[in-house]
Design a protein around this ligand. Structure first.
Ligand SMILES: [Zn+2]
Length: 411
C-alpha cells in the first residue's frame, strides 16, 4: 500500500467500526446518539489538522472550512456519517483483503456468505486492489464512511499543503441521510457554498445529477372494534381492509422489484396495527412530477375503492413530499456537473451519469438553493453484509475532490 491508500484504509476501517446507525422511528435530531460519537471524532480530527470554523451544529452536522488560496466560488463537499437502518450495523469488524486475487471472498463470521466476481462483475475489475469488507454479521458502512474518509483525507492533504490551489472550501458531515433527514433547514445557510458535491456514489466515474422525486404516504384504516363473541353484523376488521388495499394495488408492475431504469414505483414499507386500526406506510417514487402524482392518485383511488366496500370503516391516505429530482434545478445551470466531468476526464476517467433510483442529501440541498450533484466513492452492495469497497477506488475519488477544488480556483 502507498501512504495515501494506507491513510484512506485506516480512516475507513476506523470510521466503519464506530456504530452510527440512524433510526427512522426516532423523533430526535440527530435520530440516534451514537451518530454523535462519529461527529465528535471528526471535530477532533478536523481541529487537529488545522481546519477553520469547525462546528458541531445543534442538528448534529459537523461543518468546517478549508481556507482558499485563490479566488473562486465557495465549493461545498458533503458526506453522511450515518449508516443504513436496514441491516445490523452494531459491532462492525472491517477487514482489508490486500492485493485481491480474483477469487471468492469468504466471511469469518458467516461461512454461508461469499462475494464472487461472477455474481458481482465490478469486483472482477479490481484485481490487485485492496478490498475492504465486513465480517459477515453486519453491513460495512462504506455508505457513507467511504465518503467521510475520502473528504477527511483530502482535507488533511489540502491543509498541509497551501501550494495546492483551491478557492474557499466548506465541508459538511451530515447525520440521518439514510432516513431522509440529512438536510436540516439551517444547513444551506450554515454551509454557505455556491455549489456542492456529495461523495455518496458507487462505481468509478459516476457523476449523478438525477435522483428520484419522492413522496411518503401513510394509509390509516379504522375499523369497528367489538368483543368477537358479540360481533355478528357489527365488527369491521381493519386487518381485512388493509389486506384488500395491498391486494388491490399493483403487484406485478409498479413495485421496486418489478421496475428498473426510469420507471417509478409504489412500495409498501411497513404495516402495523390490529383488528381495530391498521396503518400502512408507503414510499412513492418517480423521476417526473407527473409520474409521481399519478402514483399518489392511484393509491388514493385504491383506498377510496376499498372504503366504498365498507362504509362503516374510516380510511385516510396522507401523502407527504420528501424530495425532488435535482435535475429540475441542475439542468438550468450545469456548471457543477461540467466541472466534475472535466475533473474526472483530467484523471483519465470516463464520466457517466445515470439516474439514481433513490435520493441523496444533494436532492434536498439542490432544491433549497445549493446545486449538489453526487460523486462516486467506489462503494458496492450497500446496506447488506456483502458491502465492499476498493481502497484504490477511494483514492481516485479523493483525487477527484482535489482536482475539482483546483479547477474551481481562478487564476
Ligand atoms: Zn449514502
Amino acid at each position: 500500500m502507498t501512504d495515501l491508500t494506507h491513510d484512506l484504509a485506516d480512516r475507513l476501517t476506523r470510521y466503519c467500526a464506530i456504530d452510527s446507525q440512524s433510526d427512522a422511528d426516532s423523533p430526535s435530531s440527530p435520530s440516534t446518539e451514537v451518530q454523535l460519537d462519529m461527529q465528535r471524532l471528526l471535530v477532533a480530527e478536523l481541529t487537529a489538522m488545522g481546519a477553520e470554523d469547525v462546528t458541531l451544529t445543534e442538528y448534529g452536522a459537523v461543518l468546517a472550512t478549508i481556507p482558499g488560496t485563490r479566488a473562486g466560488p465557495t465549493v461545498g463537499f458533503l458526506a453522511h456519517v450515518d449508516t443504513a437502518p436496514q441491516f445490523n450495523a452494531t459491532g462492525v469488524k472491517p477487514r482489508i483483503i490486500r492485493g485481491y486475487n480474483g477469487g471468492a471472498i469468504t466471511y469469518p463470521d458467516d461461512p454461508a456468505l461469499s462475494l464472487t466476481p461472477e455474481a458481482f462483475p465490478y469486483l472482477a475489475e479490481k484485481l490487485g486492489h485492496d478490498i475492504v469488507t465486513a465480517s459477515g454479521l453486519t453491513l460495512l458502512g462504506a455508505d457513507d464512511k467511504a465518503g467521510v474518509a475520502i473528504l477527511m483525507t483530502a482535507a488533511e492533504r489540502l491543509l498541509a499543503d497551501p501550494s495546492l490551489p483551491r478557492p474557499r472550501l466548506r465541508l459538511a458531515f451530515t447525520p440521518d441521510e439514510e432516513i431522509g433527514r440529512g438536510v436540516d433547514a439551517r444547513l444551506p445557510g450554515d454551509l454557505g457554498a455556491d455549489f456542492a458535491y456529495t461523495f455518496d456514489g458507487g462505481k468509478l466515474g459516476e457523476i449523478e445529477y438525477e435522483t428520484f422525486s419522492a413522496d411518503g404516504a401513510v394509509v390509516t384504516i379504522k375499523g369497528v372494534s367489538i368483543h368477537p363473541g358479540y360481533a355478528t353484523g357489527k365488527l369491521v376488521n381493519a386487518i381485512h381492509l388493509a389486506a384488500k388495499i395491498i391486494q388491490t394495488l399493483p403487484q406485478v408492475t409498479l413495485t421496486p422489484e418489478t421496475t428498473e431504469g426510469r420507471e417509478g414505483f409504489i412500495h409498501a414499507t411497513d404495516m402495523d396495527g390490529g383488528s381495530s386500526e391498521m396503518r400502512i406506510k408507503f414510499i412513492l417514487r418517480d423521476f417526473e412530477r407527473e409520474g409521481l402524482e399519478e402514483k399518489g392518485a392511484l393509491l388514493r383511488q385504491v383506498c377510496a375503492a376499498v372504503a366504498a366496500t365498507e362504509p362503516r370503516a374510516d380510511i385516510t391516505c396522507t401523502i407527504t413530499p420528501q424530495y425532488r429530482n435535482m435535475r429540475y434545478w441542475l439542468e438550468s445551470d450545469m456548471t457543477p456537473v461540467e466541472l466534475a466531468r472535466e475533473s474526472a476526464r483530467a484523471l483519465g476517467l470516463d464520466p457517466v451519469s445515470v439516474p439514481i433510483r433513490g435520493g441523496t442529501d444533494g436532492s434536498r440541498l439542490t432544491e433549497m438553493g445549493i446545486p449538489c450533484p453526487n460523486l462516486f466513492t467506489g462503494m458496492q452492495n450497500i446496506h447488506g453484509p456483502l458491502e465492499w469497497i476498493s481502497v484504490q477506488d477511494m483514492e481516485v475519488a479523493m483525487r477527484l475532490c482535489l482536482e475539482i477544488a483546483g479547477r474551481a480556483a481562478k487564476g
